[in-house]
Design a protein around this ligand. Structure first.
Ligand SMILES: *[C@@H]1O[C@H](CO)[C@@H](O)[C@H](O)[C@H]1NC(C)=O
Ligand SMILES: *[C@@H]1O[C@H](CO)[C@@H](O)[C@H](O)[C@H]1NC(C)=O
Ligand SMILES: *[C@@H]1O[C@H](CO)[C@@H](O)[C@H](O)[C@H]1NC(C)=O
Ligand SMILES: *[C@@H]1O[C@H](CO)[C@@H](O)[C@H](O)[C@H]1NC(C)=O
Ligand SMILES: *[C@@H]1O[C@H](CO)[C@@H](O)[C@H](O)[C@H]1NC(C)=O
Length: 408
């Protein structure tokens, strides 16, 4: 079974509702020849229409960029949500208008270029520094939300493009990501063992990654988060491959919940997932190069972002070291708004509700030859976070309830 994943990181319900009946048939026909593959094919039509998936983008608007560059503490204020449905840049519910709202944030293309320049000659650095000054371009930029999200033509990248044509002239956090973009997944069908149902066999042709520094960290574990094996236990850890984080993560049971009359177990990533390697040595493999480790609650993903100094975390550095939260004024991590969780029906393994939250940050540091960066001292600067929510639609919920009522 090959299909494309549906969301920003290991998304929820989008591709899964066909399974309710698929699994029903499997449990009914245990021991006979009917397999999930065949059952799924019969119910292919369940795929349309998908349940609603909303993506809310929140940005950290920097209110004192000049003070920060002069050595002060940065102050951010959260703006948003800018809400989109699925991936299409089609806004539906919006507080504020992404087309006109101005956002001051890190000039990500410039910082990406600068971080590369550290390994180049002083001559080239000086040239770039002068060029940036001539364009009045600094470490921060003010753009509309629309531009930052869906792309704009960046003057520095345009200049690089004229020298190296493979460099894209455009920059945007979701640039060219209006479709599916997580790569090609091949999943196991669970024909031999239902516990393998939906497990990722390969991702972009790979059965494991190679960028992390231990074999354990490189493993592609579990599903893409949209399907799980039936008959879930409260004691098990569920693994999902989180493409945003470029790694597998695990979720543990939190509590029993009920969504639209359907019983569910809530699973969420425990604290140890992003724990620092000093506290949790099994995470040492996520330090690249080996030994170059950050603290708890943040994950450097340069290895899979073309070397850019990008760091992923939960929103507002939820569950992260105090030092990251306190480095910037205006952050207020809390469980309700910032935790990622999945509510799964334990009988079928089907996600009933999902809430996935991830924050994008960038490392700001001194660059030799750039006076503007002289007061920077390795700070993990928050840019934005995504809150991706999906809940089973009413008609699927009704079918699920009647299915659970009939058979159990
Ligand atoms: C972001 O902050 C700037 C000032 O720093 C302000 O002019 C702008 O209106 C803010 N944007 C939003 C959407 O509040
Ligand atoms: C954003 O900035 C532009 C140009 O500086 C200005 O024309 C526009 O009115 C600003 N938008 C808001 C909502 O303040
Ligand atoms: C993404 O947007 C581009 C241009 O806006 C369009 O050509 C392309 O078809 C879109 N892709 C998807 C999958 O919607
Ligand atoms: C990782 O796995 C490869 C083979 O799959 C093996 O050669 C290598 O020694 C392993 N590395 C570590 C650190 O265990
Ligand atoms: C993958 O799963 C194995 C156990 O099956 C575990 O030891 C390993 O830490 C997991 N790796 C990741 C990155 O989750």
């Amino acid at each position: 079974m090959t299909r494309r994943s549906c969301a920003i990181y290991a998304t929820g319900i989008v591709c899964t509702h066909l399974l309710i009946v698929g699994i029903a048939l499997v449990s009914y026909n245990q021991g006979t020849e009917l397999t999930l593959t065949e059952a799924s094919r019969v119910f292919e039509s369940w795929k349309n229409p998908p349940p609603p998936v909303y993506m809310e983008f929140y940005f950290f608007n920097v209110t004192n960029p000049d003070e920060f560059l002069a050595g002060g503490k940065a102050v951010v204020s959260q703006i948003g949500p800018y809400t989109y449905r699925e991936y299409r840049p089609r806004k539906i519910v919006v507080q504020g208008d992404p087309m006109v709202d101005n956002l001051t944030t890190v000039n990500i293309p410039a910082v990406m270029v600068l971080s590369k320049l550290n390994s180049y000659s002083f001559f080239l650095r000086t040239f770039v520094s002068m060029y940036m000054n001539s364009l009045k371009m600094g470490i921060f930029m003010t753009r509309t939300v629309q531009e930052v999200l869906w792309g704009f033509k960046d003057p520095l990248l345009t200049k690089l493009h004229s020298i190296k044509p493979e460099v894209d002239e455009h920059f945007g956090l979701m640039w060219k990501k209006n479709g599916t973009h997580e790569g090609e997944f091949v999943f196991l069908t669970g024909e031999q063992n239902y516990m393998d149902y939906g497990r990722i066999d390969t991702w972009n042709g790979l059965s494991q990654m190679s960028w992390w520094s231990s074999n354990q960290s490189n493993m592609i574990n579990g599903t893409d988060g949209s399907v799980f094996h039936p008959l879930l236990s409260r004691k098990e850890l569920l693994y999902i491959f989180a493409a945003d984080f470029c790694r597998s993560i695990h979720l543990g049971y939190v509590e029993d919940v009920e969504v639209k009359g359907i019983p569910a177990y809530r699973f969420a990533p425990p604290y140890d997932v992003l724990q620092s390697s000093t506290e949790n040595p099994t995470n040492a493999g996520f330090c690249v190069p080996a030994g170059d480790c950050l603290g708890t609650g943040v994950l450097k993903v340069s290895v899979c972002r073309g070397g850019a100094p990008i760091v992923m975390s939960f929103p507002h550095f939820y569950q992260a070291d105090k030092k990251y939260i306190n480095a910037v004024k205006g952050l207020n991590p809390n469980k309700d708004e910032h935790e990622t969780y999945l509510d799964l029906n334990p009988t079928t393994g089907v996600p009933i509700r999902s809430c996935k939250r991830a924050q994008l940050n960038i490392i700001l540091n001194k660059v030799q030859g750039f006076p503007k960066t002289k007061h920077l001292n390795e700070i993990i600067f928050p840019i934005m976070y995504v809150n991706e929510m999906a809940t089973i639609d009413d008609s699927s919920a009704a079918q699920m309830r009647s299915f659970l009522g009939i058979w159990f």
